[in-house]
Design a binder for this molecule. Structure first.
Ligand SMILES: C[S@@+](CC[C@H](N)C(=O)[O-])C[C@H]1O[C@@H](n2cnc3c(N)ncnc32)[C@H](O)[C@@H]1O
Length: 204
């Protein structure tokens, strides 16, 4: 898995682009986000770097050391600082209730690990803190089969449903939880009309 992501990120181009994910930008525009945010599965850094430009303190994590290299280069290009650890969410050992929020963008995991990872990160968030998540819906699969340019997992069990996300974050008040169809233009790997699940939850 690490080898696959390192190989993908070795390319000079930013495979998901350098622009922030549109849903995260929208959340930063409309929600009172502040303090320290965890960005698990952050890849090449487009989201954490933008969040840092908007004033958040960013702690990024990913299994790919190539991802870290590119994220730190992007941070330097934009004149911000982010903290970035190379490691697996499974091994993360941080204090519970210590972050103001977490951001998962296109962070898909094997089905037997998804809930465990989501709940592990959820425990690190302080009461009142936010989880922001956008990922491909199970109903994206037929769209992806018709247009592989959309990208995202091909395995339906790695894709999200509203029910799974509600269950994974059941200690959170739902601010938003919906499936939407939206046009993706994210680097060379996410392009076309896709179906995604969007979630914003506030920890009770
Ligand atoms: C589709 S990419 C998304 C990257 C980034 N969030 C973005 O939107 O540009 C998925 C990322 O998940 C990371 N990843 C997968 N499993 C992981 C794990 N168990 N712990 C940490 N990172 C993981 C991969 O290395 C990869 O960078």
């Amino acid at each position: 898995m690490k080898e696959m992501w390192d190989k993908r990120y070795k390319a000079e181009e930013f495979v998901y682009g350098k622009e922030v994910n549109a849903f995260l930008k929208d959340c930063l525009d409309r929600l009172p986000l502040k303090g320290e945010y965890l960005f698990p599965a952050e890849g090449e850094g487009r989201n954490g770097v933008y969040a840092a430009q908007r004033g958040l303190s960013v702690f990024a994590l990913d299994i790919s050391s190539q991802g870290k290299k590119k994220a730190l280069a992007l941070a330097e290009e934009k004149g911000v600082h982010i903290k970035y650890e190379v490691g697996d969410i499974a091994d993360l050992n941080l204090e519970e209730n210590s972050f103001d929020g977490a951001v998962f963008i296109s962070a898909h995991f094997p089905p037997h690990l998804r809930s465990f990872y989501h709940q592990k990160i959820a425990r690190l968030i302080k009461p009142g803190g936010y989880v922001i998540l956008e990922g491909f819906s199970k109903s994206n699969l037929p769209l992806r089969e018709a247009n592989p340019e959309i990208g995202g997992p091909k395995n339906v069990d790695m894709l999200f449903s509203i029910e799974e996300i509600r269950e994974d974050f059941k200690d959170f008040k739902i601010v938003e939880l919906q499936e939407v169809e939206r046009e993706l233009h994210e680097g060379s790997l996410h392009n076309g009309m896709a179906r995604v699940i969007r979630f914003v939850g506030s920890k009770e």
